[in-house]
Design a binder for this molecule. Structure first.
Ligand SMILES: C[S@@+](CC[C@H](N)C(=O)[O-])C[C@H]1O[C@@H](n2cnc3c(N)ncnc32)[C@H](O)[C@@H]1O
Length: 211
């Protein structure tokens, strides 16, 4: 089945955060906290959140690292997501068109977004271009596992929310994404750190732009 990603994310935008809480039993915030704590943030950096959704990662950075005084930019192709993020965090910048100048950001963070990209290699190239030399790409993602995983719990919960189509897409996107090793091969940056969380298909990594 072909999924219209923009249509899916537009339709879930208003309920996205609550559904994330319920479907992950609150774990997504725990994973995101672990993730942000391994990101090599430094004071006054410019950091882009790629596929920012409702901007919750940017809100968490505000909470966890207010003393770093970073410039945070959220980017997402979905206008509905961006308008929620703008309302929620009016002191940060949110964009739905790619206007970031070449070599203008110190770090890009991408949480559960790269799996949804229509042209992953083109998006990774665009991310690489906006990173300054020495910058980092930090990724938190559901990666395909070599052994069978059951996602019946996602389907069961999606029935409760009457969002079967959207969450069929979630299962489809995990099953059809890359394994971490396959992903690391197409990232045009050097792998610096890789870690599995719980459950093990939730993984995070830091890549460095070294040239
Ligand atoms: C699963 S949500 C993740 C949102 C947020 N980062 C989080 O961790 O909760 C995926 C987001 O990626 C966005 N997205 C999909 N393809 C994208 C692309 N090519 N460029 C930027 N954002 C994209 C979607 O619109 C959606 O808001």
């Amino acid at each position: 089945m072909n999924y219209d990603i923009l249509k899916i994310f537009s339709s879930v935008a208003q309920n996205y955060d609550i559904m994330n809480d319920v479907m992950s039993l609150g774990f997504h915030t725990v994973w995101k906290r672990f993730f942000l704590n391994i990101c090599p943030f430094e004071p006054n950096m410019t950091v882009m959140d790629f596929g920012t959704g409702t901007g919750d990662l940017i809100g968490l950075i505000d909470t966890l690292f207010p003393y770093l005084d970073m410039s945070l930019v959220g980017f997402d192709v979905c206008d509905e997501m961006v308008s929620i993020a703008k309302k929620r965090y009016p002191h940060h910048q949110f964009l739905s068109t790619w206007t970031q100048a070449k070599e203008s950001v110190d770090g890009v963070i991408a949480s559960f977004s790269l799996r949804n990209c229509h042209s992953l290699e083109d998006d990774l190239k665009a991310i690489f271009d906006v990173l300054k030399p020495g910058g980092f790409l930090a990724v938190l993602e559901f990666f395909k596992m070599p052994h069978h995983q059951s996602y019946e719990w996602i389907r069961t919960l999606s029935h409760l929310f009457k969002q079967e189509f959207e969450y069929d897409y979630l299962v489809h996107s995990i099953q059809n994404f890359l394994s971490f090793d396959e992903f690391a091969k197409i990232v045009p940056c050097r792998l610096h750190h890789h870690q599995e969380l719980w459950p093990s298909f939730v993984q995070m990594a830091i890549f460095d732009k070294i040239f």
